[in-house]
Ligand binder design. Structure first.
Ligand code: UD1
Ligand code: UDP
Length: 389
């Protein structure tokens, strides 16, 4: 029998860990083929631990690098050397990274320095604007330069890679494992661990769910969006605004002064993943600058107003479930108001669609890795969404 392949999976923040969790679980099922080594940079701490707990993953190595108000340079510096030591010791046959965080780029660079092949999950997302999102657009482009296997979530992502002359034989359309994670976690009957949330949901009022954290929006742009949310809360006193506020102090110092002490605005701590996605399923409207939430909202049939100037996830915008509204206060208020007041406009957006995945991305990704190592010759059928975008 062929020797088992050692796969090192590197993650560090909330979103990359959520999206790698289904793949880690799938790899761990294939004990005949793989030995899995999980490495947390812990670029995030509490928000990472919340995800690890939900998916019951215990990292084999934890670099614990997070610092309050960390800079891109300190994350990079603290991660690269520690990862190098672990990769030298573990000698994996493949490193997997996900998405576009600093952990993603530095993880792939550390593997490259040790001549270890890299698989990039969620490859090929592009805005072609290096300032939006910052620094993620550059992180994912740099990761694409290094990766040997590119797991593109959609065919548009594959096309973007081919335009950059990535070898087509190394690009596979898998769907996004965010939908796998969502399918595992959303339940018809769900009780929140927080009683105040159970009470709000029981009131059966319309819930506006908010998240914001992007580095390029910190300061005045984010304040504009927060002001818009304040106006919407007073315009619609019969709705409840729930805003799990990211732990970045630079986000909190914008959000709390504008949105505290408003009776129907609930500023809460970051929610654990299963609580958050189940709250999303019960929401009326979502306002967010998040990448992952832009993918989950449409799958749940929830209109998403994207608080960004450009998006690397155009599929839901093209389909009509998401709208790019940017950070302009007036534009956010006017667009959200229309959806609150006009049920036809709302129903046109509130259609469930799955352009990002079908819940089988982890299985496809692992199937492709098995084939890459010649452990099986079985072909893996690629993801094709039910709609054309
Ligand atoms: C990072 C990613 C971004 C991703 C986001 C998901 C980079 C450059 N950015 O941005 O792509 O969308 O995560 O949330 O990789 N903090 C805590 N506890 C935590 C997490 C963060 O206290 O569990 C605070 C710390 O003060 C930390 C700060 O938040 O210094 C910022 O964290 P960082 O990872 O640098 O940036 P994010 O904005 O979270
Ligand atoms: N999320 C969560 N708790 C929250 C807010 C978001 O678990 O309080 C999840 C959400 O469901 C999505 C992911 O976090 O899967 C998105 O992470 P984030 O917005 O931090 O990063 P991005 O996707 O923008 O990189």
């Amino acid at each position: 029998m062929a020797k088992k392949k050692k796969i090192a999976v590197i993650f560090g923040t909330r979103p990359d860990t959520i999206k790698l969790a289904p793949i880690i679980l799938e790899l761990k099922k294939r004990t005949a083929h793989f030995k899995v080594v999980t490495i947390a940079t812990a670029q995030h701490r509490q928000m990472l631990d919340q995800v690890l707990e939900v998916f019951k993953i215990k990292p084999d190595h934890d670099l614990n690098i997070m610092e309050p108000r960390q800079t891109l340079a300190t994350i990079t510096k603290n991660t690269i050397e520690a990862l190098d030591g672990i990769l030298e010791m573990e000698k994996p046959d493949l490193v997997l990274v996900q998405g576009d965080t600093t952990t993603t780029f530095v993880g792939s660079l550390a593997a490259f320095f040790r001549h270890i092949p890299v698989g990039h999950v969620e490859a090929g997302l592009r805005t072609n604007n290096k300032a939006h999102p910052f620094p993620e657009e550059i992180n994912r482009r740099l990761t694409s330069c290094i990766a040997d296997l590119h797991f593109a979530p959609t065919s548009a992502a594959r096309r973007a890679l081919l335009r950059e002359h990535v070898d087509p034989r190394s690009v596979f359309v898998t769907g996004n494992s965010v939908i796998d994670a969502l399918n595992i976690s959303v339940k018809a009957r769900y009780r929140f661990s927080r009683e105040d949330l159970n009470k709000i949901v029981a009131m059966q009022r319309r819930i506006l769910l908010i998240t914001m954290h992007r580095r390029e929006n910190l300061g005045e742009p984010m304040r504009g969006a927060a002001m818009a949310i304040r106006r919407l809360a007073s315009m619609f006193p019969d709705c409840e605004v729930i805003f799990p506020v990211h732990l970045n102090p630079r986000v909190r110092e914008v959000v709390y002064p504008v949105l505290s002490r408003i009776p129907n605005v609930h500023l809460v701590e970051p929610m654990d993943y299963s609580g958050f996605v189940n709250l999303m399923a019960k929401s009326y409207l979502i306002l967010t600058d998040s990448g992952g939430v832009q993918e989950e909202g449409p799958a749940l049939g929830k209109p998403v107003l994207v608080l960004r100037e450009v998006t690397e996830r155009p599929e839901a915008v093209e389909y009509g479930t998401a709208k790019l509204v940017g950070l302009n206060e007036e534009k956010i208020v006017n667009t959200a108001r229309k959806l609150m007041e006009n049920s036809r406009a709302y129903n046109e957006m509130a259609r469930a669609t799955n352009p990002y995945g079908d819940g089988r991305a982890a299985r496809r990704t692992v199937g492709i890795i098995i084939r890459y190592f010649g452990l099986s010759r079985a072909l893996v059928k690629e993801f094709r969404p039910g709609i054309s975008v």
